[in-house]
Every structure is written in C-alpha cells, then in structure tokens.
Design a protein around this ligand. Sequence first.
Ligand SMILES: [Fe+2]
Ligand SMILES: [Fe+2]
Length: 288
Amino acid sequence: MAAITVRVVILMDDYAGYEVRGLLGEHGLSIFLEVDGGRRKRFSMLFDVGQTGDTLLHNASLMGIDLAEISLIAFSHRHYDHTGGLVRVLKHWARRIPVIAHPDLFIPQVYIGRGRVSLMLGPPYSRREAEDAGATFIFTREALPLFPGVYFLGEIPRETEFEPVPREFVSLRDGRAERDGVVDDTAVAVVVEGRGVLVLTGCSHSGIVNIVRRAAEVAGSKVFSVIGGFHLIGAERRRIKATVRELVRMGVEEVHVGHCTGLDAEYMLKEAFKDGFGKIHSGYTIEY
Ligand SMILES: [Fe+2]
Ligand SMILES: [Fe+2]
C-alpha cells in the first residue's frame, strides 16, 4: 500500500532559513514525516533528533507541530548531530516511544582524518539513560516496514565504484579498535501513490546512489525525490559529477539537500535538477 498524502518538515538543519521568523539552526538534522494512508490511517514519525533536542523542540512548537502524536523515532546513524537530542526530547514528552536504530548505536566511534581527530562521535548518553527517559530500542540491520509504504532501510550495500567506503572512522568493539565504514548509515523510504519513492536520508555516509538503489529495491518502485544530507562536503568533483549523473539516470526528479551536502555539490545538483532542486533549512516543508 502506498501513502495517499505525505508531508515532510525539516524541523532542524544547519541552516535556519528565513520563511518563519524565529526558527533556529544547529549543526545536525531532524525531519518530521507525516503520512495519511487514507481510511483514517495516519502515521507520523521523527527521523533523527539533531544535536541538543532544544532546537528541534523550539522549532516544532513555533511551527505548531505536535510531536506528542508521533509513533516512533528512527535514527539514520549513530553520529551525535543526528542522535544527540534524544534524551532531551523524551524527557520533554515524558512517555515511552520505540526508537529504531542499527545495533551499533552505542558502539563508541572516533574520527581520524584530514589533520584532525574527533572523539566520541556517537550519542552523548548511555543506552540505560535513554531507556530511563522513555526509549524502547528496536535494533535492526535488515530493512524494516514501519507503516504500510514506509520502510527503514537497514544496512545499505556498498556497490558504486565512485562512492568509496569511508576510511576515517574507527570503532571500539569488544576492546579492539577497528575501521568502520559507517556500516550503520541508513535511510527511510516512503511510497507516494502515483509518484514513486521518496527517500529521507541523514548523512549518506553509505553513498547517496547506494541508498537510492537500496530504497528502490526495498520499496519496489522508482525513487523520484530525495531529502536530506548527501555528505559530499570536500568530495572530489569527479565523485560529485558521477553522483549527479547517476541520480538523473535513475530517474530522480527532485533533490532537497542541506546539512553535510557541501556547496560544490549543491551547486552542481542545482544545475542538473533546476526547479527540482531545493536547499533545505529549518521549517522547509514539502507535501505530496
Ligand atoms: Fe551529519
Ligand atoms: Fe554523520
């Protein structure tokens, strides 16, 4: 079954935007998804919760979005700018809620690359703290249906030659340091009736083309729209060009990008997609 109407609101992005006065920006991402499946079947969820939770709660209340109604929270990957706000928002709602994530969520990870080291990239709370605040974790490596026509994609097969597996992340598993290609990085796919598949992505460390391929496979239809961060900041032009070419070839009609996409990639995507390009910001809303 496909969703009849879909509303996507960027609750929080690095860029505060200008459409609604008083909205805040914060490095990170949080997306509100609302689906109306007809016959009074409604579903809403949060995809990522930003870094602090405060920005997301402030923006949602300013836009009149009632987050107390959501059915679940799904995480794109473990990085703090996508998961950090969880305990803050759960304490605010004071109720239990399922949180869908990869089983590596609490495996500590560091970044070592480009002349800098970043420690503790994961959530700034323990599993226990999150559960005490109201989270009921559902961990999966596989794709998982969340509602008719809405899928958590699970691990993304890394197939494209021009999207190298990241080498700058190191995880500490069972007391051993090992390179981690951000295997937990995933996305959400939504089947929109009469249009195709809509993809919500967090950072796209898995490669946005790999994600779009997986979304089409899991949701069983062509991807027409992609929303989120493409993580092409600092990527070589060769890779950006190949990415844009492949998205166009796969029939993607719209890209709504921000967060970690990067200026070069945004410019090149805008040139290719023209009116099908959107620069996301806090408050950015798309309806189908
Ligand atoms: Fe990110
Ligand atoms: Fe990330």
